[in-house]
Design a protein around this ligand. Structure first.
Ligand code: URA
Length: 184
């Protein structure tokens, strides 16, 4: 069992477990406070993340940062990771074999960080973490507790770039998350 982030970084650094390794510039493991009580989980790196090796630094990340600022969530106080650690070509959704190959890294991150709250960003994160039977449209904004972790799902910030109307809902869900964070 992996017991530290150093060990995890060592294990992942030459990962060839799936085809996403073929085109990557950087593995994007995670960012933020490794002892955070709150974790955000996205889908997979985009072009900017692949170049910088940091999650959510592109357009979607900037939009999320704006919402964080407005709501009072400090990015440096949370931990952010993705379902897959390497960029899917053309930003397509990760395929099932890629999710399966990568998910143990995220499981290890969750074990090491020990968050009390996990915010799932978008359908890929919802299905990979909670199970295929969960649908973002049915569960977003609602709390689901599993093994001492409270989960809340909301839209992926990239969806807000395509559909402005989702911004209001996204803010509402993040405010709900913030209310719960304040109780910790
Ligand atoms: N979208 C994601 O899901 N993750 C990132 O890191 C960036 C964009």
């Amino acid at each position: 069992m992996i017991e530290s982030f150093e060990e995890l970084e060592e294990q992942i650094k030459d990962c060839h477990k799936c085809k996403l390794c073929n085109n990557r510039n950087n593995i994007v493991l995670g960012d933020g406070d490794k002892n955070a009580k709150v974790m955000f989980i996205g889908e997979g790196p985009g072009a900017d993340e692949d170049i910088q090796g940091i999650p959510f630094v592109g357009k979607a990340g900037k939009l999320m940062n704006q919402a964080f600022k407005g709501i009072g969530i400090k990015r440096e106080e949370i931990y952010i990771a993705n379902i897959v650690k390497c960029r899917p070509p053309m930003n397509r959704n990760p395929e099932q074999d890629e999710v399966d190959a990568c998910l143990d890294y995220l499981r290890t991150q969750v074990l090491l960080v020990k968050p009390k709250i996990i915010v799932l960003l978008g359908s890929v994160a919802v299905k990979a973490i909670l199970g295929k039977e969960y649908s973002i449209t049915k569960i977003r904004g609602k709390w689901i507790e599993k093994k001492d972790i409270k989960y809340i799902a909301t839209f992926h910030p990239a969806a807000l770039l395509r559909d402005e109307a989702k911004k209001i809902v996204f803010w509402k869900d993040l405010k709900e998350a913030k209310r719960e964070i304040e109780k910790l």
